[in-house]
Design a protein around this ligand. Structure first.
Ligand SMILES: [Zn+2]
Length: 294
């Protein structure tokens, strides 16, 4: 990471954040990122009451219920403006967000959590092992931390555990702890319905391995090897109709959905690419750790 990269990243952020939040942005350590992370993406209905409201590559999901909404992931710092615009374009009220969830506590997925919590008074629910990282803006992250806050620190209202249920307005979400990428990384399982049928949806946190992660153990994360092995052995067992992920590129959103292509949940039925992605990650883990997944 060069200073030039950091300065360029902050400059890009300032453009999307506008002058009001620039004071916050200047205090953040923001690593270099791809322009697709802030490129706009038309929001759309995926299946039932589940909608895509994120950027071109940083996925955010709205689950709209009669009792208010659940928002999963908030993109980079400053992305609250984009997400709000998308939610309103779909005909929903931003202020109706009641619950905030995340697949893991990295700056590119929880960057706007503090701003959205402030604006909506929603309850922030995060896996217990990512709670302290949320509280210090990512500075204590085992791999990326140590440079100061990477996003605005935010207090978690409800720490989540493996198999916990988050429920609102008739939608039940099962939280699955899939540690490794962060200590508290999670996938989410839910069932949504339309007039034709119901759909089992997995929003998976793909356990990609960062370049600084060392196996089997690191002083900042002694059980990192064990956690990756657990997650990579659990993932092939998952049962679902539709799978989605933290990054749109991980599940080929741009190939499955073009702007204006209408409502078509079946486009996201794709077990083969899920299995292939998990196998690739298992291979990377084998190469990097010298160990097979169980
Ligand atoms: Zn990440």
């Amino acid at each position: 990471m060069t200073m030039r990269h950091i300065q360029r990243s902050i400059a890009v952020l300032l453009v999307i954040m506008g002058p009001v939040l620039s004071v916050v942005a200047q205090k953040l350590y923001v690593p270099n990122f791809d322009s697709s992370w802030i490129r706009d993406q038309e929001p759309f209905r995926i299946a039932g009451n589940l909608y895509y409201v994120g950027s071109y590559d940083l996925a955010s999901y709205l689950i709209a219920t009669p009792k208010g909404h659940i928002l999963v992931n908030t993109g980079l710092p400053g992305s609250d403006t984009l997400i709000r615009k998308h939610i309103e374009a779909l005909g929903f009220k931003f202020a109706d967000i009641k619950i905030l969830l995340a697949t893991h506590a990295h700056f590119d997925h929880v960057g706007a959590m503090a701003a959205i919590k402030r604006a909506t008074h929603a309850k922030l629910m995060i896996q217990e092992r990512d709670v302290s990282v949320m509280a210090d803006g990512g500075n204590s992250d085992f791999d990326m931390g140590g440079h100061g806050p990477m996003f605005e620190p935010v207090k978690v209202d409800r720490p989540l555990h493996d198999k916990d249920i988050v429920e609102l307005g008739g939608t039940r979400i099962e939280v699955l702890h899939h540690p490794g990428h962060t200590k508290g990384a999670c996938s989410l399982l839910l069932t949504v319905k339309d007039s034709a049928r119901s759909y089992r949806v997995l929003i998976v946190n793909m356990p990609s391995i960062l370049s600084e992660t060392k196996f089997p153990s690191m002083p900042t994360y002694p059980e990192v090897g064990k956690d990756y092995a657990y997650t990579l052995s659990e993932m092939p067992k998952m049962q679902f109709d539709i799978w989605l992920s933290s990054h749109a590129s991980q599940f080929d959103l741009q190939k499955k959905h073009q702007p204006g292509s209408g409502y078509h949940p079946e486009a996201f039925f794709d077990r083969a690419s899920y299995d292939a992605s998990i196998e690739k990650l298992q291979e990377t883990y084998r190469r990097r750790s010298g160990n097979a997944v169980n």
